[in-house]
Structures are given as structure tokens and as C-alpha cells.
Design a protein around this ligand. Sequence first.
Ligand SMILES: *Cc1c(COP(=O)(O)O)cnc(C)c1O
Length: 453
Amino acid sequence: MRKTVTRRQFLGTTLAAGPSLRSATAQGSPSGKPILLSKPEKPALLSGKPIRTDPFPSWPISGEPEERSLANVLHSGKWNRNVGQYVNAFEKTYAEMMGAKYCLATANGTSALLTSLSALGIGPGDEVILPPYTFVATVNVVLLLHALPVFVDTDPETFQIDARQIEAAISERSAAIMPVHLGGSVADLDAILPVAVKHRLPVVEDACQSHLAEWSNRRVGTFGATGCYSFQASKNLNSGEGGAILTDNEELVERCFTFHNNSRRRKGAAQGLSYSMPGANLRLTEFQAALLMAQMTRLEEQSRVRERNAQYLTSMLREIPGVLPARMYEGCTRNAYHLYMLRYKKEYFSGLSRATFLKAMAAEGVPAQGGYSPLNKEPFIKETLHSRGYSAIYSKERITRWEECNRCPQNEQLCEEAVWFTQTMFLGTRRDMEQIAEAVRKIQAHAQDLTRL
Ligand SMILES: *Cc1c(COP(=O)(O)O)cnc(C)c1O
């Protein structure tokens, strides 16, 4: 006999035979009339039956189109963009799909950001404004260029940069604003763009999590000087690793090309000096582009499924006190739901810690994560600002001032309350969504007991 079957059967019999809450409550009501069920069955973390045992949809998703295009590249022997046609084709298709004039494919999202900032001439002495609630790559690229990251606190309701606080963070050293469209939702571009225009600052959109997300019915990544995307394995569009820069600025895309091509301009470009700026090799391979061409044919439909499921989940979670799904700004007309983010208020769960809540969810068969920790407080950032290189550029007073201003209290609270579900969980059925909500309700009903763990 298989072990799993035995265990399930065992749980089944104990639940049926034992005084389950359902029958005990009904039988135990003084009037003899069944009263309303007050508590769902025991949480799995307290040896109850899990809400689900089936896994959520697996990722990545591939098939014949991927096999065909990868085999094409393989057999062509043209594995590099300088000789093949897939990277060119991808750039053209992605630019069209997103509504941008130009697209440059890069090795990954980090190099899309690094290339953008480099092409914009950002470097030592400059300040770059960015949110603390993001993946570490957003700040890494600033540090690699020996610029100063200036963190603007998070709007806890939306999980996005609090755009109302950006202007106060601008100084005469500011060189760029780098908003992140976090989780597939969109930062408040109506507030960010006018401030950028007023202070003549380029905006580099980190759209690494927001494929097909829209602001006022226009794709994100097309509002700033550049918009940067990632196709890393976890992202909604996936080639294992990969990235892209969108821009409408021809001169800028050529600078980006040169930077990502080890200082060498595009073939056929008017040649002056052969090397015009320092660069690196950050090119996408033909294999990745071939994979992306196939994956792109699935993106729209997958995105619709995620959106439909996420909206359904929100409608259910709204009814549960103490879980607050991330709000979207009015301008956000489409959310890519790379992450489904909510705030967990433990006061509504008998003080049950988020850590135990997450464990209890996992036990119910619903994996959830706690998300980012406060990036602006990461010791490596402070260490970097005190490094030999930074000390050669910035005065002690400047760094001290940075430390004094580096306060994001809203973000710190958010980092303690956040709960994430990842995008792959939204590629399934409405039933999956119902089970997520059911798991939350069950844990809430038994929160008191769970606090004793
Ligand atoms: C994934 C990600 C990046 C970096 O992309 P890679 O392709 O992993 O280099 C940058 N910013 C954000 C917000 C991301 O989620």
C-alpha cells in the first residue's frame, strides 16, 4: 500500500469517526437545532486535513513551438546575435507588442538596467531615486556605477514607491528616477512623470515584473527614457535568463547597443571612432530569443488567466478581515500579477505571527511567501558606501547625510506584513482561488490554537 493513500485514509476515518467540529457543534446545540458552523475543520498544521494536496500549475510551460524554434537555432549553427536572426526578430516583435519604437535585447534584466543607466551617463557623484521595496538588482546597478541610491518610502496600500514623496528627495545631484512596477502592478506614473519633467530627470522604469501591465491603456516600460524587462526563469515571460530595454529614443538605443556590445557599435552604423564608451558583453543569445519567440505566443492568454483568477481571489479576500490585497492606482488599467501581494494584519488572527501563518498556509497546500526585507537597511549597502571606491568619490559628510535621510518606516512595516502568492498559482482554475481563500479563513478560525505552536 502506498504511504500517501494510507495517510489520507487514516485522516479520512479519524475525521469521520471523531467528534468533528461540524457534527459536534450541530449536535451540541442546546435547542437540538443545528447551529451555524462556527469553525472549519482543523488546520493541517494541527494535524487536520489539508485543503488541497494537488500542486498548483507548474512552470515553465513549453511544447512543440519551443522545441521547433530551439532546434532551428541549433541546426542553423548561428547561435549568436551577430550572425543569427532570432534576436533581431524578437526585438522587433517585442517592441511592437509593447508599443515602443525600439527594443534592445540584453542578457538579463539587471543588464537592461545597467545598460540604461550607463547609456544615460549616470555614474560617480550622481543620485538615483528608487524604492526600497524591490528586488536587489534595482539597487545593485546603482552601486555598480558608484552612484548613490536615494530610497523613497513605499506606499503600503499599493506596495509601490510613494510617488508623493519623490520631489522631496530630489537634490541638485539627482540624475535619474527609477520607479519599479512591482509585482506586475504599476507605480503612480501620473505623479512621477510630471516631477521628472519639472526637474529634467530621466525616468528608467524597472518593469522587470510587469510584462503586459498597462497605465492608462498603454504598456509600462514605454513612459520613461527607457523601460527594462527581465525574462529570468521566475518572470511571466521566461527564457531562463534574458532581458530587454524599450525606448523611443534612437540615439539612446544606439548608446545602449554600444554599451551592451563591448563598446562596439551596430554593424553598418556610421563609424567614427570604433569605441565610443566603455561597455561589456551583455548580449542575448539566439537560443534565448528563439525561446522567447515561442513563449510570447502564450503570454497574452496566460496573462488574461492570471488577471481573471487574481480578481476573483481579491473579491473573496476582501470579505476576510485582516487580509488587505494590494490596491492598484486608478491609472493602472492592467496588472500583470507577477506577484499577488497582500498585507497580513495579525491583530485579526489572534496575534498569530506572519511566520506561523505562512507555515499554516503551506501545510494547507497553499505556498505563500513573506517577500522582501528592507533593502535600504541591508548592511552591504552601508558597507559599500564606506568602501574605498565610494570614499574616493563622496565626502564623509555626504555619506553621513545619506545615512540620516535613509528612513523608510512605512516600508519596514510593510516588510513585516507582506504575504505573496507567485504568478504560477494564478494559471489554474477558479477552484484554486477558492482554496486559497478557504485556507486563509480556516487559519483565521483557528488562529488562537495556532498561536500556541
Ligand atoms: C527580476 C528583477 C530584476 C532583475 O532581472 P534579472 O533578469 O534577474 O537580472 C530587476 N528588477 C526587478 C524588480 C526584478 O524583479
